[in-house]
Design a protein around this ligand. Structure first.
Ligand code: NAD
Ligand code: DAU
Length: 362
């Protein structure tokens, strides 16, 4: 079996669902169920003996030792993290605790387990760490996209904590020989995305008749990848990646935020036109910028394509359409994640630090 951490979150849950749709190899899913973890994401696996869910913390060494000894996974895939940049600006400590200390404890537990394996299992074992393009910092408009050898220059508490975890993973390979793989992926979007992140926030706010908050001028650039393509890249790296290597994952889909906003609005105009005949773009509101906001990310994904033959299956156009359709088809999922805690966050983030500064309504 494989052990997945953070498998009740956005990417982890998509990964577990895809894994079990394609293979009968069981998954042990360890997730703390923070505000971002949601068992409803895994509802399709209820009663499936191939999926074993354990609520717990990657920082709990005793629990890890017990789970590893009992289930003897052939690989550990670490998705668990605090993942939202804006939250890291408000409350950085949780990010250090999970992303740095948690990864350290996970690495220590996995190392002890791996060292005790018989030679063939030891040789075949892999620790795959799921990381982000944000560790590379921000690009100037004409700079080449991030390659795996780009300097690491994180700018937010979130990206600094992820960079620290990447360094720990690297060190556990160089010092102890742990067979690690690291993926650094660009911005994901798709089903099960928690509506604190740009694309799902736009969809749920648009449908609720609320403002569509655009930070600053909206000309920041992100490189978007449909989540299922990220999952297929991780499966490919796990199967064939060279131990100790980093693989950048991206879809060659650089877009300024404001273009994303207009695309989502246009899709909603088509798929769920407003009763009063107005356009969703009338809800666009420019708000105060994110402190230290990275201007541009772009991933050079040539290594994973060249070495492992991986390419994304979706274009941005096909992926964003599927995403909007998924949110329209799943209003209950949206309603359930918009709990009291979610409302508190929206209040903190958009009522105080990001005061409305103007409206784009045509
Ligand atoms: P998410 O916030 O949606 O999910 C994180 C999951 O981890 C949640 O289920 C949460 O309960 C769990 N978790 C948090 N702390 C934990 C702990 N201490 N122990 C066990 N579980 C814990 O995040 P996501 O967007 O699915 O991201 C998953 C991973 O992919 C993260 O490592 C993130 O840095 C990385 N990543 C994300 C993106 C993106 O665009 N979302 C892009 C590249 C890389
Ligand atoms: O690049 C990979 C990273 O992508 C992941 O490592 C992170 O976990 C993930 O959250 C994401 O980080 P971003 O900060 O790029 O994603 P977010 O959805 O928060 O924001 C995307 C862009 O949209 C960013 O430039 C900020 C902007 N934005 C975001 C929100 C939530 C807005 O303009 N308005 C908003 O309300």
């Amino acid at each position: 079996m494989i052990l997945v951490t953070g498998g009740a979150g956005f990417i982890g849950a998509n990964f577990v669902l895809d894994w079990l749709a394609q293979s009968d190899e069981p998954v042990l899913n360890l997730d703390k169920l923070t505000y971002a973890g949601n068992l409803e994401n895994l509802a399709a696996l209820q009663g499936d003996p191939r999926h074993l869910f354990v609520q717990g913390d990657i920082g709990d060494a005793a629990l890890l030792a017990q789970l590893l000894a009992q289930h003897q996974p052939r690989a550990v895939l670490n998705f668990a993290a605090e993942s939202h940049v804006d939250r890291s600006i408000h409350a950085p400590e949780d990010f250090i605790q999970t992303n740095v200390v948690g990864t350290l404890r996970l690495l220590q537990s996995v190392r002890a387990y791996w060292q005790g394996l018989e030679a063939p299992a030891r040789a075949a074992f892999r620790f795959l760490h799921v990381s982000t393009d944000e560790v590379y910092g921000s690009l100037a408009p004409t700079e080449a996209a991030f390659s795996e050898t780009h300097r690491v220059e994180p700018n937010s508490p979130y990206s600094a904590s992820k960079a620290a975890s990447d360094h720990l993973v690297r060190a556990w390979h160089h010092t102890y020989g742990l067979p690690v793989l690291t993926t650094n992926c660009s911005n994901n979007y798709g089903p099960l995305h928690f509506p604190e992140k740009l694309i799902p926030l736009l969809i749920v706010n648009a449908l609720a008749g609320k403002p569509l908050p655009v930070y600053g001028d909206g000309l920041q650039v992100r490189d978007w990848l449909y989540v299922k393509d990220h999952c297929s890249a991780i499966r490919r790296v796990l199967a064939a990646g060279r131990v100790g290597e980093i693989y950048n994952v991206g879809g060659w889909n650089e877009k300024p935020n404001i273009e994303i906003v207009h695309t989502v609005c246009a899709l909603l105009d088509e798929l769920r036109p407003k009763r009063d005949g107005s356009r969703y773009q009338s809800q666009i509101s420019h708000v105060q910028d994110r402190p230290g906001h990275d201007r541009r990310y772009a991933i050079d994904a040539r290594k994973i394509e060249r070495e492992l033959g991986w390419k994304p299956a979706e274009t941005f156009e096909s992926g964003i359409r599927k995403t909007v359709q998924w949110y329209l088809a799943n209003p209950d999922w949206v309603a359930h994640v918009q709990s009291g805690a979610y409302r508190d966050w929206v209040q903190t983030q958009y009522a105080s630090s990001h005061a409305l500064i103007c409206n784009d309504a045509p």
